[in-house]
Design a protein around this ligand. Sequence first.
Ligand code: DMJ
Length: 573
Amino acid sequence: MGRLRSSFLVAVLLIIVNINSCSRGMGRGRGRAVAFSPAKKLHMRDEVRNMFYHAYDNYMAHAFPHDELKPLTNNFTDSLSQLGNLNLQYLPQNYNGSALSLIESLSTLLVLGNFTEFQRGVMWLSHNLTFDVDARVNLFECNIRVLGGLISAHILASENKSWFSNSSYNDRLLHLAQDLGQRFLPAFETPTGLPYAWINLKHGVIENETTETSTSGCGSLILEMGALSRLTGDSRFEGAALRALRKLWNMRSSLDLLGTTLNVLTGEWIEYSSGIGAGVDSFYEYLLKAYILFGNDEYWDMFHSAYLAVQKYFRHGPWYHEADMRSGKATYWQLTSLQAFWPGLQTLVGDVAAANLSHREFFYVWKKYGVLPERYLLEHATLHPTERYYPLRPELAESTYYLYQATKDPWYLEVGESIVASLNSHTKVDGGFASVRDVSTMQLEDHQHSFFLSETCKYLYLLYDDSFLAGRNFVFTTEGHPLPVRSLWHERLPEAYITSNGTSFKTSRISPLSSQVCPEMIRGAKVESACHVPDLRVNHRCTSDAECGIDSTSCRKRTCSIAGYCGLWRFVH
Ligand code: DMJ
């Protein structure tokens, strides 16, 4: 594992100048030559820019400083306390919003190069935002959207204080983030260290609060809370998130699988079936991204085992179903819209061929309906009877962006073009962008989710113009907020990647993922992807399974045959 880890880390940090050759022969798009001229790229960049401003300007005109825009009625919704609150319980009486969509827009404004509006937003929040409000919020949602948005914007603002007149940025976003982080801490005061899913920002955990949470809810806090600790020097945030993550990992089954929901007081599973979609998705994402951001081997070890288990028990060809964590037996054969982030994560770890296969299936379903339905029944190739909505989710655009970065295959630019065309024709209204209530009728819903601004528009824009990424490496949080990889935060960044001022590491272009795309070809050196564990055999003969490693294309453990050869014997008849 040591060699694999260090190979992977080097892979994470190396910059590949010419990676086109990796993508040869992959995917639906390789069947014909596709051209995407520079002029067309610029045109698409401008299209996405217009989309973002149509959404943002309408939010600022009709909803700000409330949380989200209602684009069909030019109205607003103070939805922070409604996020994840399916039964709309304990809604606040006196809450007037936290400018959620502005917080979510800040990093996208910078990706688009709009320093003036970024600065205006930062200054407004600095003077007006308060978390001393009697509102019960979902810890996970508030963490990824508000804490993540503030921390990312703070880092970007503090690195560019000259943008602010009279250098007037005085770390106020960090103080706000710290205040919010402190309001999160009571949620972690449970016998298990697993946090409650809900916290009242003013009063802490309310009486008789639900003890049920999800795997992603308590297992994907480490990027934001870890960054907050590194920035403030207060280790309580990272400590709480890490303790919860370790506890969760210790609850895995002997198959290295986790369930979807659990009890935070007892540490017992409630729902044993899980997959890579709702309730679990960002748990996997944060294990890998925490390793990239902080360089701690513990995250890599967890990710590596978890990734192998997903490939082994959830994958069926290019699709992913759910399985029971105890037996590994398939439970639900459904594609969900949230799963579409997975090819992006696979690309980040170097499993580009597998990512490409799944991505094209998600795109197939997108094309079939015009947008991606929330749930699709794989066995019948039809829509789910009730979950037919599309709330402007970013996941397919996100994976398309990662795959394009990795392969530079222009086919992904065409995918992006198709996504942009669908969004403009089905969801754009005079007052912004509206969610789709039912993809079979394209009936709209009066809601423009804040992640449309932080993620959907950002990933589509980066597909056509990634100049924001130039010269440094970023990890994007699950809500699309960029956090720079800093040597100061990193446990094992090789010397060669640390710049003279010691604050960042040397890169020439684009993001950390650029290095994982062609595992066997990096500067002539062989580097393994996450699922490839090489043989340990001497003389090509084995004496036990342990010597046979893991196959890189199937992610299955090779076994040692009676005759003493490694192979996929249990799977090949
Ligand atoms: C976003 O809020 C985040 O990406 C989260 O991890 C789950 N998905 C939504 C958008 O679909």
